[in-house]
Design a protein around this ligand. Structure first.
Ligand code: NAI
Ligand code: MG
Length: 356
């Protein structure tokens, strides 16, 4: 079987970790007998913007649409161009245009990766974030700008279709896990129109999934629980803003943002889904060759799972666990308290993908 993959390294450490991701994916492909037909693109980067004055070519939708998936590094470099131009001009366009309404992030404590918590317990949960509407809308405006009477308004947009489809994805996922538990992030005590609506759709849908245990927490105490008892969670679903916050907090309690992957998924497969590490372009460490490549590699693992290559995906996860579990200080990157390099760690995992 052949999969057409669009590769977009982007900016900063995106370009440094991408080769590691590709090395592991190639190792998986040759071991499990499928072919990755890879095309690399230089757009969605500050270099491209400098040359063309836009982040992406005008026909980017037609260019990317035929691919089975997009494998994405990171975009943005605030020292060169502001984030609202670089991120809004690329990644956020893709998420919206390709209707990638699910942002999926696994949070797992991996042996060998130091957690900032003293007694983290067993952490293994999913965050399902709504990725196309909610608080991140373009509805709003300003009046009396620059005067004392200045007014700024930004609306939250929730549609029944938008809320129901993300909740359904989360319930379907919770149904497949061992613990079958779904937690909803809300704030209906403060946000009194949209959040009670979210809650009502959640409770209504729960009736269709009697096998799934449900609960809800306000986002403030939920954030506290993420730190105090992360082992409690199984699948957590949230609106765009709540999910955004939780999906950085989740990986943080498992150790380093450098290992966390994410999928921007269009479950119906009408459009290509996009897989990327959670981290950004990390300008503070770029060019040093010390970026942790695990987030990029793990994102490739999620991509294989999405494409239906279950065995290969399992082998990739085993490879990550095996190499990190060795806790070899010469291989682990500095964010995991080692003195290894991007290349060293990437090579070790690619080798393990071929063998373990
Ligand atoms: P960042 O994730 O790039 O960096 C945050 C901190 O984590 C930095 O100290 C960095 O050195 C460290 N870090 C991140 N990834 C690492 C890795 N793989 N290995 C070791 N350390 C790692 O977030 P920041 O600094 O807020 O943003 C930098 C740029 O990236 C901005 O332009 C931002 O908009 C963009 N960004 C892009 C994202 C994307 O493409 N999906 C996501 C987040 C930020
Ligand atoms: Mg974020």
């Amino acid at each position: 079987k052949t999969y057409k993959i669009a590769v977009i390294p982007g900016d900063g450490i995106g370009q440094e970790v991408m080769p590691c991701g590709l090395a592991s994916l190639r190792a998986a492909a040759s071991r499990f007998n499928f072919t990755l037909d890879i095309t690399s693109f230089d757009f969605a980067s500050c270099d491209y913007f400098d040359k063309h004055g836009t982040m992406m070519p005008p026909d980017w939708v037609e260019i990317l649409r035929p691919f089975d998936a997009i494998y994405f590094g990171a975009v943005g470099d605030p020292a060169r161009h502001p984030d609202h131009i670089t991120l809004w001009g690329s990644l956020l366009q893709m998420r919206r245009q390709f209707d990638q309404y699910v942002n999926l992030r696994p949070c797992r404590l991996v042996k060998g990766v130091p957690s900032p918590l003293k007694d983290p317990g067993e952490i293994d949960f999913w965050i399902v974030r709504e990725n196309t509407e909610g608080e991140y809308s373009e509805v709003g405006g300003k009046i009396f700008e620059g005067t004392e009477r200045e007014v700024v308004i930004q609306e939250t947009v929730m549609t029944r279709i938008g809320v129901d489809r993300i909740l359904k994805y989360a319930f379907d996922l919770a149904r497949t896990t061992k613990r079958k538990k779904l937690t909803s992030a809300t704030k209906s005590n403060g946000i009194k129109i949209t959040m009670p609506y979210w809650d009502s759709r959640f409770h209504l849908m729960a009736k269709d999934y009697p096998e799934v245990k449900t609960e809800q927490f306000h986002i403030d105490i939920l954030s506290a629980h993420f730190v105090a008892k992360p082992s409690h969670f199984d699948v957590v679903v949230g609106s765009n803003l709540h999910g955004d916050i939780l999906s950085d907090l989740g990986p943080a309690v498992t150790g380093t943002i450098g290992i966390a992957p994410s999928g921007n998924i269009n479950p119906e497969g009408k459009w290509p889904s996009l897989f990327e590490p959670v981290h950004g372009s990390a300008p503070d460490i770029m060019g040093k060759g010390i970026a942790n490549p695990v987030g990029m590699i793990w994102a490739g693992q999620m991509m294989l799972l999405h494409l239906g290559e279950k065995e290969a995906a399992e082998a990739m996860l085993r490879a990550i666990d095996t190499v990190l579990g060795r806790a070899d200080g010469n291989v682990l990157t500095p964010d995991m308290k080692g003195k290894g390099t991007t290349q060293k760690l990437g090579d070790a995992i690619a080798e393990a993908v071929a063998t373990v």
